[in-house]
Design a protein around this ligand. Sequence first.
Ligand code: SF4
Length: 334
Amino acid sequence: MDPHRTYANVDARLLEDLRKAGHRRIALQVPAGLLPMAPSLALQIAEATGATIVTPTRACFGGCDPPSPEETLGAEAIVTLGHAPILNMTEPVPEYYVEMRTETGDVERLAEIVVARGLPRKLGLVASVQHLDLLSPLIAALAKKGVTGLVGVGGKRLAYPGQALGCNYTTATTLEKDVEGFLFLGTGRFHPIGLSLSVAVPIWSLDPLQASLEGPYDRQKMINQRLLLIESAMDAKRWGVLVSTFPGQMRRALAQRLVDKAFEHGKEAFLLTFDRLDGRDLVGRKMDAYVITACPRIAIDDASLYDRPMLTAPEFLSAIGDRPLTPYLFDTYV
Ligand code: SF4
């Protein structure tokens, strides 16, 4: 069996592996976009294995936040849809990752679009897990048109070369000096924003299903928004240092280091723990600002949900005067 138990899609191999393992209770973790699949998949797994299926309803955002034993009613295994494993995370019980890969996309047409829009001739390619299988064929199609596509190998949190993870773009940063821009394969702005904050070359995104290209993104505008937020927190005296209880989001040592840094710089800081952060739980705590040591995207994408500045770890260090404001540093979760 694959040591990380990964599956391209819900298939006979998954059902057979689950059946052979003999789990009597299996939890099904389904991200928001795939919720309609959950009932039929639960029935399919129950039928193939005879196990009881438990579906935790808490939203899941990545391979980093598996449900706790309490949430799964003590399940012996977890089936996670739509995410790849986080390689350097310890899993409480065996997890089966169904990555929902799609090879859909006309690579010849996609390559034509890239060339017609005049993208640089040396591109780094990054993809969401669902579209990783398109990287090789697209590189071949681009090569026929004189465009070199490179794929980087990232850090130990990442399962695949070329993989985009919202908290770790090392598959791009390791290539940054060798390319003139990056092309992200996937949908939405989540990864283009993360890439823009991580590398200093232009970013485009290509939706393989719609065959639509966006970019280059205004990297400086995104950084300026972050710098304004950092500056708004420079006078903060009392800081809440937020620590997640999710196994793949808990950076306890970093949190302690930030508390120590705060006191070194004449500030006060308090460790606050949470699982799923809700702004209402922070109201009335008499903190001037917060720094998040869990998923950095909570600070970047959800900043407007909190009534006090919410910074990432490097942003916090800039706010208290421990590092310069620029160059902007993305909080890479290693
Ligand atoms: S820490 Fe955030 S960006 Fe990283 S895998 Fe978890 S949810 Fe995704």
